[in-house]
Design a protein around this ligand. Structure first.
Ligand code: P71
Length: 470
């Protein structure tokens, strides 16, 4: 049987090539500032990479969110914006694209992912209910808690071990989920919240077998299953690569089957879907949709634009179709792996296996001498910036916030610094620069000291917290 989409030239001959299925038509200059200027900029930013000006950043690996390059087709689509307040033509294109590639019946646009998380949490969670999920995500959990829910992590234990080579480290532990349902009763479970390629675990996938089993368990208890579809296309790639029976099926087919087991999904379209802004919420049930469609006008906008311009919705509709092409996903994840292989060869501690959207440096092992309360992952992000102007993101104790009851820090097992690769933006040479900088910072790790937090905001503290060197 032939492969669903043509392989790259290198792959046709059994070589290791993941070359991009596009060439570059427009470029944006990068800016480089001196080491002294970087040192000043870092102090001004309180050692928090979120507070740097992007003009002071050389290679920006803060996030893959909204940072992708759009295609010529998407830019052409931007010129076809129908900026009507109601019933924009572009909304119907978006609706059609989500239905075709994700398979859900009812679609609402939102300004971005957290807009959709807010709506679904407010409508589907009753105060005091539990929301089991495969590892927390910052905004997802916050919206669940603001709606009165209690998030419960039911991901498999292997996900918390950065060295474990489980092929589907994003899987839910059915035993943990069943035990929660048993203990609290099905009526106390708002819904099951399942994310594709789990961000905080290192971009780790969920298997098709796992979602099928979760669906069965939910059916037995009459519980809804909703997906965080943010990086579900990348999840489909891993199923194609690793799960028996899927090697000959296209990413689009796998995506559609995966979604068929869910009752709905929320989406930050700024990732997989290749746009700079946008999100959507999709559900199958009519009654639920009616409530959501009513609430969207309060917080986002009319249900045919939900906070987006017509042109944004057109770019998104086109981006959805481009995002599920096998050659695109293969080269996107190929680039992430290229960086991962360089770092692995140089014995830099990273989360294994390498996930879909980023390399996660294991700051706990990187800075074994810095205690977690002195923010090793935040320290590593600061050191990388000082070395070469590369911007990364802390995903450790600062991101995890505080326990709502005790007020103490949440202390996650994973203390990571994320090098997140935007889609279709940087080249292999940029990846080499990044790898060399990580190595330079690693070489002088023993002389590096940790940080103290000097300002702590109440919500999602990592965004605006400030630090100083100990
Ligand atoms: C990422 C982001 C953006 C972000 C969000 C919070 C802190 C730092 C950076 C956003 C996600 C996501 C998942 C799995 C929902 C959202 C929210 N990720 N689910 O990784 O990864 O979407 O940003 O469009 O509101 O840098 P939104």
């Amino acid at each position: 049987m032939t492969h669903p989409t043509p392989l790259t030239m290198g792959q046709q001959f059994g070589r290791r090539s993941w070359a991009e299925p596009w060439k570059i038509k427009m470029v944006e200059p990068l800016r480089m500032i001196s080491p002294e200027e970087r040192a000043g900029a870092l102090v001004d930013a309180g050692f928090n990479t979120f507070l740097l000006r992007s003009d002071d950043v050389y290679i920006d690996l803060l996030t893959d969110s909204g940072t992708s390059a759009m295609s010529d087709r998407q830019w052409a689509g931007m010129m076809l914006g129908d900026e009507a307040y109601a019933g924009s033509r572009n909304f119907y294109h978006l609706e059609e694209a989500v239905r075709r590639f994700y398979g859900f019946r009812h679609i609402l646009p939102t300004h971005q992912g957290r807009g959709a998380e807010h709506l679904i949490s407010q409508v589907a969670i009753k105060a005091g209910q539990f929301v089991p999920g495969n590892m927390y995500f910052t905004t997802t959990r916050l919206h669940q808690e603001l709606a009165g829910g209690h998030f419960v992590d039911v991901i498999i234990d292997e996900a918390h071990d950065p060295e474990h080579l489980h092929p589907f480290k994003g899987n839910m532990d059915l035993g943990k989920l069943a035990a929660l349902i048993e203990r609290e009763g099905a009526a106390q479970i708002a819904y099951v919240s399942l994310a594709g390629t789990v961000n905080m675990a290192g971009g780790q996938p969920v298997s098709m077998a796992n979602i099928r089993a979760i669906r069965e368990l939910c059916d037995r208890h009459g519980i809804r299953l909703f997906l965080d579809a943010t990086r579900l296309v990348e999840n489909a790639f891993f199923i194609q690569e690793r799960e028996a029976g899927f090697a000959e099926r296209s990413i689009a087919e796998i995506l559609l089957e995966f979604c068929s087991y869910a009752d709905g999904a929320w989406m930050s379209a700024k990732k997989d879907n290749l746009v700079n802004i946008g999100g959507w919420l999709a559900v199958n049930e009519d009654d639920l949709f009616e409530e959501l469609r009513n609430l969207v006008v309060v917080y986002e906008g009319l249900h045919t634009y939900g906070g987006l311009a017509g042109r944004d919705m057109e770019a998104l509709a086109i981006g959805i179709e481009e995002s599920v092409q096998d050659d695109h996903v293969r080269s996107r994840i190929g680039q992430v792996r290229y960086l991962g292989e360089l770092l692995t060869d140089w014995e830099i501690p990273i989360v294994q296996p390498v996930g879909g959207h980023a390399i996660f440096l294991d700051a706990r092992r990187f800075y074994a001498h810095i205690p977690q309360d002195e923010f090793p992952a935040q320290t590593l992000a600061a050191e990388l910036y000082l070395d070469s102007g590369i911007r990364s993101m802390e995903r450790g104790i600062a991101s995890a916030g505080r326990d709502a009851k005790t007020g103490d820090h949440n202390r996650p097992k994973l203390e990571l610094t994320r090098l997140t690769i935007p889609r279709r933006v940087y080249t292999q040479a940029h990846m080499d620069v990044v790898a060399e900088s990580v190595k330079a910072v690693h070489d002088k790790r023993d002389a590096t000291r940790g940080l103290r937090m000097t300002y702590e905001p109440k919500y999602l503290r990592f965004f605006q917290a400030r630090f100083e060197r100990l």
